[in-house]
Unconditional design. Sequence first.
Length: 590
Amino acid sequence: MKKVTAARQLQKLHESLYRRAHADANALGAGPSGKLLRYAGDFERSLSPSFTRVDNSHLIETILRRRIVLFGDFHTFKQTQRALLRLLRDILSLAPRPKIVLALELLKNRYQKQLESYMAGETSEEQFLQSVNYSREWGFPWAHYKPLIELARDHMIPVVCVNSDHPGPRSLELRDQTCARLLANASEEHPDHIVFCLIGEYHLADNHLPATLWNELARRDSDAATPLMRILCNVDRYYFDLEGVRKSLGSTEVLRLKRDFYCILNSPPWMKWQSFALWEEMRTGFPGSVEHADSGMEGDDDHSDDDAFDLDFQFLGLTQTLSSFLGLDISKKELAKFHSQFSPAAEFSTGALRAAGHSKSDVALMVERAALEGYYFDCKTRTLLITTVSINNLAEAAGQYLLAMSSGFVERGGAAAEQFARNSMKHAAGIIGSKILNPRRKTKDHAFHINYLDQTVRRRLLGYARIRRLVSREVLNALNSFESLLGMWESGRPSREVSSLVKTENMSRGEVSADFGRLLGAGLYAGVMRNRIPADWIKKLFLCEFSETLPATGFLCDFVRVVNTLLLAGNKDARESRELNRSQKFPAAS
């Protein structure tokens, strides 16, 4: 019998997660009903049955030849808005820089003056959200959309509000008509600009906004009536079709569906639907708590209601899924032995942490990391402190929790070198857990640190940016010479290299060891998924048990050797691929 690869096992896991998340989302109201049913059906019928993989440069070249680009939004899923943000950044980095107008569905046109006042710095963020009645009239996480408006403000990009009030059975069609009129106006007012419109994906069906906009432009006999372009994000069917190809896939893939119709894939579709379920639960259970509580909703201190968002349930579900996939023998009863606290303002009750023996400074650092990174998991007390509820944060914490549960791991113990190794292994386990549940998640892997140093090599950096560069430098130095560094560190005769690593680790409040662990975890995960190393290497991490004779530093040395071997093999494959490409001629893209 043919052995099932780790990659195929992962695909089966995601198919199962997708079915569950889609069902949960429908049960909570995500599924179309009533007047939305026909609208959703039109969207599904507009999707091409096939696609072609293209690269990002092809997508950008097509965009530069268009006047209006319609980008499909899934309002609760942050990776949708981030996909547009990254695309706009890529376009704005071109020379000469293209001119852009940004049109947003999240704000109604009658709030145009309020938006312009906010972008001009005349009103605060809080005043702006109140003035546009954000929580009631949109209500989806403000933190998802804020970076787009900030990008527009930083680059002096005009922003147009294109939503409108149209109650009644024809509200969707009338909203499309108003949006088409406003987009045509923007294109006429800015004839040398590309107009990007972020709007719900159902509006992008052939006979919805695109057809309405074409008619509007034709009615005006406008020069702007060049072919419109549509871009979707994370369409379910394409993700699984692409996964079945099993060729080398990047964290972000661009698919050409048909002429002027594309799809960007940057996350598994189960996460899209799970984001809706999380949002719906938190909207009703924790008013104002979704994604940093920046939605402008009123807070509610009474979370004892039976309908309140069950963070423990969500976290336990992810740990069960990961435990089963990794083959860890941990019962559901044992997995339930954790504690969680949620506070967008990082106002946590820390008495139990202090009672467990953590110092005041250690607890303060935990709270600081939770505020900066969105979460912190303490392995000793099995306590999750979370400020930003997202699947990535919960998954990373779940990986760290499984490390603690399966091996009795605690992050503190021994001398400085041993603590560095333990923190590294904790974050390696976390990133593996996160990558299993979201294979396309971007992380601080080997390529990230090399690229960051290359991009900043001749720049004068200040503040945290300078520290980030030092962290990347020390992470790569540690990867290249960890055993020799460790030998000098443990001997009590630290070299200049060791002193530099320790100084940066202290200055960055533990980011060197954390990023070192993330790099190793990402490397191990990639090696297993590409069948370069046995899956037992990941299981070995989660089952490690430390003692005086088997310290964490020894385990870490093993992982460093494996990852370095994988990187050397990967570089060799890349060189051979480049040589093969140079020796062949390929037809030009149509």
